[in-house]
Design a protein around this ligand. Structure first.
Ligand code: TXA
Ligand code: MG
Length: 323
């Protein structure tokens, strides 16, 4: 435990900060750290109490499995069985914003709660120098869901993590703003490769690598075996209205491209910029206390797929919130 210190410890991404963070992780504590997609909430994947703390701190339903983070493919191969497609994808895109759902090896040390009891495990190698240094220094598989309260906006800065999770966690490593801004794309390989969540790696790049179209199974994200196809997630406090080219009096307006809005995701219509700014922009507009946020149309291509997926979930009826 961290004693005689104010929680959470705010650590820099210096060697000292990473060493301190790695020791806390090894001690079974929760440590938030930067990745190229969003900030993750790290904990040992091989210790039941550490994994249980992750679910408790986030208020996350136990049916929603976690992503295990590894420094490289060699470590990942100790934890899961890679078929040819999985090998091809990992070699092409790791480290990077791609999570692979694979059969968990029976001899892996990952505890059942980390995968919500599933026989599969989600693995990812993040493309961020601080995350990779931390994973190497710790030398253990680390679960890392996005470092937000369940159902809320994902964090792209250390400040977001602090305001969302605060004293529920032991430490936050500050690595600046997340470069991509939306979570990893999730792919399950096997007989027919499936996209389980659109994310930071565009679908077209994944399909080009595999030389085949992916089945889209993204409705199951955040509740792999549950109904609720559009469960509320990524939600600000305000109600969201999508595809809004103009706003009403009781709305603030999030713009994109030719729709200026009160704040724009990208005035030039750049989807990478829009993804990077998405969660921070929603948080900023939400902080103005509106009852509704109107959101400009976003093209459903490239990173726009991931942006629209997050926006649809943010706009979903709130009584369906879980995950
Ligand atoms: O970019 C990211 O992936 C970030 C950063 C921190 O790495 N992490 C992240 O984790 O987004 P999280 O917990 O917010 O999302 C994990 C999702 C779950 O909601 C679930 O849908 C899926 O991954 N997942 C995990 N294990 C799975 C499994 N065995 N089968 C199917 N889906 C799984
Ligand atoms: Mg999340």
């Amino acid at each position: 435990m961290v004693t005689n210190s104010v929680r959470p410890l705010l650590l820099s991404s210096s060697n000292d900060g990473i060493a301190r963070a790695s020791q806390l992780l090894r001690d079974g504590e929760l440590v938030a750290f930067p990745t190229e997609t969003v900030y993750g909430l790290g904990a040992r994947a091989d210790v039941p109490a550490a994994v249980a703390q992750v679910y408790a701190a986030k208020g996350r339903p136990a049916v929603n499995p976690l992503i295990v983070h590894v420094p490289d493919l060699a470590v990942a191969q100790n934890l899961a069985s890679f078929d040819d497609d999985a090998m091809r994808l990992a070699e092409a895109f790791w480290p990077g914003p791609l999570t692979l759902v694979l059969p968990k090896r029976p001899d892996s040390e990952i505890v059942p709660a980390a995968t919500a009891g599933l026989p599969s495990v989600a693995l990812r190698s993040p493309d961020h120098p601080v995350a990779l240094a931390l994973l190497r220094a710790t030398g253990l598989p680390i679960v890392a869901p996005s470092a937000n309260l369940s159902g809320r906006l994902s964090p792209t800065t250390a400040k977001h993590v602090l305001s969302g999770l605060g004293a529920r966690i032991a430490a936050i490593v500050d690595g600046g703003g997340a470069e991509i801004g939306v979570e990893s794309s999730i792919v399950a390989t096997g007989k027919a490769p499936r996209l389980l969540r659109p994310g930071g790696l565009p679908l077209g790049a994944i399909e080009a690598c595999l030389g085949t179209d992916l089945a889209i199974d993204a409705g199951s994200d955040h509740a792999p075996e549950a109904p609720g196809q559009l469960a509320s997630h990524y939600a600000p406090r305000a109600i969201l209205r999508l595809n809004a080219t103009a706003s009403a009096a009781d709305e603030v307006h999030l713009g994109f491209g030719s729709v200026p809005g009160d704040l724009s995701l990208s005035q030039s219509g750049d989807l990478a910029e829009a993804a990077r700014r998405l969660f921070a922009a929603l948080a900023e507009l939400d902080a103005r206390g509106p009852s509704k946020i109107a959101v400009a149309p976003i093209p459903d291509q490239g990173l726009g797929r991931a942006i629209n997926d997050r926006l649809r979930r943010a706009a979903a009826p709130r009584d369906q919130r879980h995950g």
